[in-house]
Ligand binder design. Structure first.
Ligand SMILES: Nc1ncnc2c1ncn2[C@@H]1O[C@H](COP(=O)(O)OP(=O)(O)OP(=O)(O)O)[C@@H](O)[C@H]1O
Ligand SMILES: [Mg+2]
Length: 498
């Protein structure tokens, strides 16, 4: 690492509809450093990165590379100067294979199917990512899509790689591996920026940290000069202190009868004789590694995957059900908060309010002759307030909200349906510390009101904090079950791996 900045921003502002997503920002990325960006949802982290990567152009100020001012009109211009970005919302082309996506834009260098596949295989293996190069990108899990994006940047031999929340969709082992990889890139002189809501990651794995708040750079300095509470202080000012995590005793279930029973459900090779029950008034956590069949069983319950259904039975309130379409599950009072907001979470060109309103309409609007616009608007603004969804303006398409705010829209859209059973799949991924506390208390409130809750999470502290009962999925079955009292991180990990 040297003190020579490879990229610098001076007085850079990016304005959307009169509001500053980034205001008068000074920022330096030094040669060969790993630089972490932290801040609340909507603080301007992704915007800062997109400016450097040529995805958006500054409204004012100067960006320099190697000391000379540059103007990037497109990401291609940045990539010609050796700057690559791994996006928060994946940018892969779903209809292309993994290999084709990895070489995208460089087809001339890899001009045969075999070369493309070999190059892709080599870079994936080098990264130790277990992704099949011939698979279609659209069929990959969130974690694997992220891996493909990282592989693409590495193949581009970038001098600057920007990672927007790279670890949000990775397991702990995959995360360790990514940081090992970043350290080895650093030894080759590559400079990296990564955004993370996990402050420990920033503290442990970066050389320097920059904190953003409300579009402003609050501070920037060596990682060793910060600790967790100092970072939080810069992130949120004196607004609020991080919510405490009081220990909570398990509640007795409200009813001995399960709200949902799943018996010997099978789907493709992902779900393999899965059986479990969910009780009303209780949070049933499902832990497990990515690929253990957790999200897939949720999709079977919702009627999302008809084709590979391999048998098994499902009861809702003692009545056997088998949904062919998610709309049928929604009508029966089941809501699914997807881990994958971009693919099945929302209508991206509509505003947050319209998305929330449509969520309500999907459940309650069926028998109505006229669209009750007023009710939809009232509920939308109520939920925007409850989840503090922050948009620069009300009609902003949801895709242009910050990542964490998009996640809140997905949650609101489901909860406005007033469901009796909610399946939360990685509900706090990509969400900042303040909003995590809000979302967790909403999940808890749901169970307390007597609804059934399934919580799928890769983040063990979250499972441990919220769940009354913990199931551990492994290779498509439930490998273990723990009560709240007997559960521990060590036991869960052991059951998930061995
Ligand atoms: N295309 C756009 N149009 C309008 N507003 C936008 C657009 N892109 C971003 N914004 C706004 O700019 C602000 C900063 O967004 P940004 O995506 O940089 O936040 P972030 O720090 O990355 O947040 P998160 O942690 O949630 O990903 C937000 O208020 C967002 O709504
Ligand atoms: Mg972001």
């Amino acid at each position: 690492m040297t003190d020579h900045p490879i990229v610098s921003l001076r007085g850079v502002t990016k304005t959307y509809g009169g509001i500053d997503a980034l205001a008068d920002a000074d920022f330096d990325l030094l040669q060969g450093e790993i630089h972490a960006l932290v801040g609340e949802n909507g603080a301007g982290k992704s915007t800062l990165c997109k400016l450097i990567a040529g995805v958006v152009t500054p409204s004012a100020g100067t960006i320099s590379v190697d000391g000379a001012a540059v103007v990037f009109a497109t990401p291609k211009d940045a990539s010609r100067r050796g700057i690559s970005m791994v996006y928060q919302e994946t940018s892969l082309v779903p209809q292309l294979t993994v290999a084709q996506n990895i070489v995208l834009g460089r087809e001339r260098t890899f001009n045969s199917v075999r070369r493309v596949r070999n190059a892709a295989r080599q870079v994936l293996q080098g990264l130790n990512f277990k992704v099949d190069p011939s698979q279609l990108a659209g069929s990959l899990s969130a974690a694997k899509r992220q891996m493909v994006e990282i592989a693409r940047a590495v193949l581009n031999e970038a001098r600057v790689i920007i990672f927007d929340e790279p670890t949000a969709a990775l397991t702990p082992e995959e995360t360790d591996h990514l940081f090992d990889l970043m350290r080895s890139l650093k030894r080759k002189g590559v400079s990296m920026i990564f955004i993370s809501h996990a402050l420990e990651e920033a503290l442990r794995h970066s050389d320097r940290i920059t904190v953003l708040r409300n579009g402003r750079v609050m501070t920037s300095g060596p990682a060793s000069s910060f600790d967790r509470s100092l970072l939080i202080q810069h992130m949120i000012g004196d607004e609020l202190k991080e919510a405490g995590r009081p220990a909570r005793a398990a509640r007795p279930a409200l009813s001995a009868l399960p709200i949902l029973q799943v018996e010997n459900v099978r789907m493709g090779n992902m779900v393999n004789n899965m059986s479990f029950s969910v009780f009303p008034g209780e949070i049933t956590g499902i832990a497990g590694l990515i690929g253990s069949g957790r999200s897939e069983v949720a999709k079977v319950i919702m009627g999302h995957t008809k084709r590979n259904f391999g048998g098994g039975r499902i009861w809702l309130d003692g009545r056997e059900v088998r949904y062919r379409l998610p709309a049928q599950a929604v009508a029966d009072g089941i809501a699914y908060v997807s881990e994958d907001r971009k693919l099945d979470g929302f209508f991206e060109t509509m505003s947050a309010a319209d998305n929330i309103g449509l969520g309500w309409l999907a459940k309650f609007g069926r028998r109505r002759l006229r669209t009750p616009l007023q009710t939809m608007r009232r509920l939308a603004s109520e939920w925007e307030r409850r989840l503090s969804i922050r948009a620069t303006n009300l009609n902003q398409p949801v895709l242009s909200l910050s990542g964490g705010n998009q996640q809140k829209v997905v949650i609101a859209k489901s909860l406005v349906q007033n469901p009796r059973l909610v399946i939360f799949d990685e509900p706090t991924r990509g969400v900042d510390v303040g909003a995590i506390a809000e979302i967790r208390s909403i999940i808890r409130g749901f169970a307390e009101s007597g609804a059934g809750v399934i919580l799928i999470s890769s983040y063990l502290p979250e499972i441990l904090e919220l769940s009354d009962r913990i199931l551990v999925a492994k290779s498509g079955t439930i490998a273990a079950e723990f009560s709240r009292a007997e559960a521990s991180a060590a036991k869960i990990l052991h059951a998930a791996i061995h």
